[in-house]
Design a protein around this ligand. Structure first.
Ligand code: NAD
Ligand code: UD1
Length: 338
């Protein structure tokens, strides 16, 4: 299939691009590099051994997007493009709603005008809200989001569901990711956050190479095995493979399906830190800090639906995630810009 990846130069998009090529598909990227750079696409090309068609454009620019659809007969779209920093979304809500919602609306209009009706969307476990029970299942009603970023994911899910209700010939897959970490095992592509990382694994990676001097552990008094927060970390390559299967699934049906992509196992902050230290032979100095506002004690996925509908299960271990992250970080100490 010829598949458009909006935001395909980003962390998850670049890994998905590799897996799509290796499964015999033809990905085409559109990205405005607001949170990435063209070097990531060059690296993908090195891994797969051929050029990847790539357009530099803002998905909100309808004229530019229409031209891309005129030039390519797409079978499906994977919509990664979006701003994703939770704290920044609280400080700049209008920018987040404008970027994430407008890009989706423009994309859907252009798809409709070009008769492309299959879309896989990057949603997030954040749309569940703070559920009192684990694991999180797709049929749990949302308890609302805690920040504008989360609400954009919630609203986009509703926009896509609404389109399927209006025109049942559409095929929509809403993938709710848990906590994607890790990097491609080549060490060529990985996560390259600009500025101080907000998320745990990129922070650990920068402490590991001495760029930051310690990790603040946000709370050790949660009701968990060691008092620290528990999450469902998933290797980005497993996640990328889930997208390849989701495209095949979307091609064989119509309607709207929500699917969790997670491992189904929880890992605490300290377990992740200790595994990282052990497999990489480095020390991660930790300081126990107050809880981070908005955090919950535990979340992890029920991945049954992904197994049943896509034939997908996560294969990589926490050890793999730690090893691959460290390899990318040490080979690219300044990220792609180094
Ligand atoms: P990323 O920032 O690395 O990738 C997003 C890409 O979209 C970037 O390359 C950025 O330049 C591009 N982009 C943003 N707005 C654009 C626009 N208007 N036009 C064109 N390109 C635009 O993030 P990621 O981690 O790869 O995440 C991909 C998607 O998955 C995002 O929608 C994100 O919200 C979602 N998601 C990510 C996580 C996570 O932990 N990484 C978890 C759940 C959901
Ligand atoms: C966060 C977002 C979520 C988003 C996801 C992926 C919040 C409240 N949630 O999820 O909406 O979809 O990122 O982008 O921001 N931790 C530390 N020290 C750190 C960083 C994190 O102890 O420096 C802890 C956290 O308290 C948490 C765990 O590590 O227990 C994971 O945190 P993080 O990587 O930020 O992911 P989430 O909070 O699960």
């Amino acid at each position: 299939m010829k598949i458009l990846l909006t935001g395909g130069a980003g962390f998850i998009g670049s890994h998905t691009c590799v897996e799509l090529c290796q499964a015999g598909h033809e990905p085409v990227i559109v990205d405005n590099y607001v949170n990435s750079c063209s070097e990531a696409v060059r690296r993908v090309e090195r891994i797969v051994g051929h050029a990847i068609p790539c357009y530099e454009a803002d998905v909100r620019n309808k004229e530019a997007l229409s031209r891309i659809f005129d030039e390519n007969a797409f079978d499906a779209v994977i919509h990664f493009a979006g701003l994703k920093a939770v704290g920044e979304s609280v400080a700049q809500p209008l920018r987040y709603y404008r970027n994430n919602l407008d890009s989706t609306l423009t994309l859907m209009e252009v798809m409709q005008e070009h008769g492309v009706r299959r879309i896989v969307f990057s949603s997030s476990a954040t749309v569940y809200g703070n559920q009192p029970v684990v694991p999180y299942r797709e049929d749990m009603p949302s308890l609302g989001c805690t920040n504008p970023y989360g609400w954009t994911k919630f609203m986009i899910e509703k926009i896509l569901e609404g389109q399927v209700n209006a025109d049942p010939s559409w095929s929509v897959v809403l993938l709710r990711y848990f906590n994607p970490i890790g990097a491609h095992e080549s060490g060529l592509i990985g996560e390259d956050p600009s500025g101080l990382p907000n998320n745990l694994m990129p922070y650990i990676a920068k402490v590991a190479v001495g760029e930051l001097d310690h990790l603040n552990v946000f709370g050790n008094d949660y009701p968990t095995k060691d008092g620290t927060g528990v999450r469902d970390y998933i290797h980005v390559v497993d996640l990328a493979k889930g997208h390849v299967l989701a495209c095949g699934y979307a091609a064989g049906r119509t309607g709207c399906e929500i699917i969790n992509l997670g491992t189904g196992s929880g890992c605490s902050v300290l377990e992740l830190v200790h595994t990282f230290e052990r497999v990489n032979g480095v020390r991660i100095p930790c300081v126990i800090a107050p809880r981070r506002p908005g955090d919950i004690a535990v979340n992890y996925a029920d991945p049954t639906r992904a197994r049943e509908l896509l034939g997908w299960t996560a294969e990589k271990t926490i050890e793999d995630m730690c090893r691959d992250t460290y390899r990318f970080q040490t080979r690219n100490p300044k990220g792609y810009r180094g």
